[in-house]
Design a protein around this ligand. Structure first.
Ligand code: NAD
Ligand code: WQD
Length: 337
């Protein structure tokens, strides 16, 4: 199959392209490199053992997309979005334009090219401040920040479009907390500036690039007072995308699926597991809660298992080991060869 992977040079996209390439699919990466680099594409090719086609372009640009669809495409995976919650609060229009306008233009390009299968990167952020765990796909949806609103609207755009097109298939994949890296240590998450997410912050503290981790909140109603999340290995996510593409190729309609492990771990549990599995130390200090955070959120993952036959294989230890190998081999992410 020929799969157009929009945003394929990024963190989750690069792992997915490797998984698809290793299954023998033809992958075309389409990315404007606004949050990624060509180095990732070279390393993907190295892991797959053959060149990976790349088109530098923007999903908001019809002409760029026309080039991408020119050679025929069976399915689109849509990772291309801006994803920083904090930045979305200070620059909402940038997020609306990139994520929402980009998705509309991409759907238009798909229609023009008669491509009717899409796998979309959604997020557990669409559940907002859900207090009910584990969260099922039928839980109420809510946006608590502009980034989350774009994900919610993008889901709705795809759902409405799908309903208007009898032959269309859309798979909305709601990722919980993607972490870890490819076991080779060649591709991984390469945040620019201060990491906003827990795992990259932990690995940067462990390698002594940052002094101390701030644990946001020690007084949540959880087993040790710190926030609980559903961390999921990025390689498991990559495999879920391959399963979702298979679903889209054979089924019609639009479905939303949670992707997580179904287990919640607290911040302190993650730190301890990281220290135990890697032998590295993670000095930390408990500080005020971070505004907007919920106490605990983990997924009910039964639907993905039933519909895709997928379930996460890697536990928290492997997530920590692989994240650490990536950090050790690439202390500055992709910035250093
Ligand atoms: P990422 O930033 O590493 O990857 C996104 C890629 O899309 C980047 O390579 C970027 O250059 C590209 N891109 C952005 N806007 C584009 C545009 N207009 N045209 C073309 N390319 C564009 O992010 P990621 O962590 O790999 O996330 C992938 C997707 O998954 C995103 O849609 C994100 O919202 C979603 N998601 C991520 C997480 C997470 O914690 N990483 C959790 C839930 C959902
Ligand atoms: C995890 C836990 C923090 C950093 C975010 C987005 C969500 C989705 C996934 C895209 C929480 C705590 C964190 C730190 C800490 N992304 N923490 N110190 O907030 O669950 O989800 O990423 O769609 O939309 O909101 O992930 O990794 O930021 O936090 O104590 O320096 O770690 O309070 O309990 P979060 P996270």
């Amino acid at each position: 199959m020929k799969i157009l992977v929009c945003g394929g040079a990024g963190y989750i996209g690069s792992h997915t392209c490797v998984a698809l390439g290793q299954l023998g699919h033809e992958v075309v990466v389409f990315d404007n490199l606004s949050n990624s680099t060509r180095v990732a594409i070279d390393r993907m090719a190295e892991l797959v053992g053959r060149p990976v086609a790349f088109i530098q372009g923007d999903i908001r640009e019809r002409r760029d997309l026309a080039r991408a669809f020119a050679g025929g495409v069976d399915c689109v995976i849509h990772f291309a979005a801006l994803k920083s919650v904090g930045e979305s609060c200070s620059r909402p229009l940038t997020y609306f334009d990139n994520n929402i306008s980009g998705t509309i233009t991409l759907l238009q390009a798909m229609e023009a090219a008669q491509v009717s299968r899409m796998v979309f990167s959604s997020s557990a952020t669409v559940y907002g401040n859900s207090e009910q765990v584990p969260v099922t796909e039928s839980a109420p949806l809510q946006a608590t920040n502009p980034y989350g609103r774009t994900k919610l609207i993008m889901e709705e755009l795809i759902r409405d479009y799908s309903a208007s097109q009898p032959g269309f298939s859309g798979v909305l994949l709601r990722y919980f907390n993607p972490v870890g890296a490819h076991p080779s240590g060649r591709i991984g998450e390469s945040p620019t500036g201060t990491p906003a997410n827990l795992m990259p912050y932990v690995t940067q503290v462990a390698i002594k690039r940052r002094e101390q981790l701030q644990v946001f909140g020690g007084d949540y109603p959880t087993r040790d007072g710190t926030g609980v999340r559903d961390y999921v290995h990025v390689v498991d996510l990559a495999e879920a995308h391959a399963s979702a593409v298979r679903w889209a190729m054979t089924q019609q309609g639009c479905i939303a699926l949670n992707l997580g492990t179904g287990c919640g771990y607290s911040v302190l549990e993650l730190i301890r597991t990281f220290e135990r599995t890697t032998g590295a130390r993670v000095p930390y200090r408990i500080v005020e809660r971070r505004p907007g955070d919920v106490a605990e959120l983990w997924a009910d993952v039964s639907m993905a298992r039933e519909v895709l036959g997928w379930q996460a294989r890697h536990g928290l230890e492997r997530m920590c080991e692989d994240a650490w190998r990536w950090q050790l081999n690439n202390p500055d992410g992709y910035q250093v060869a």
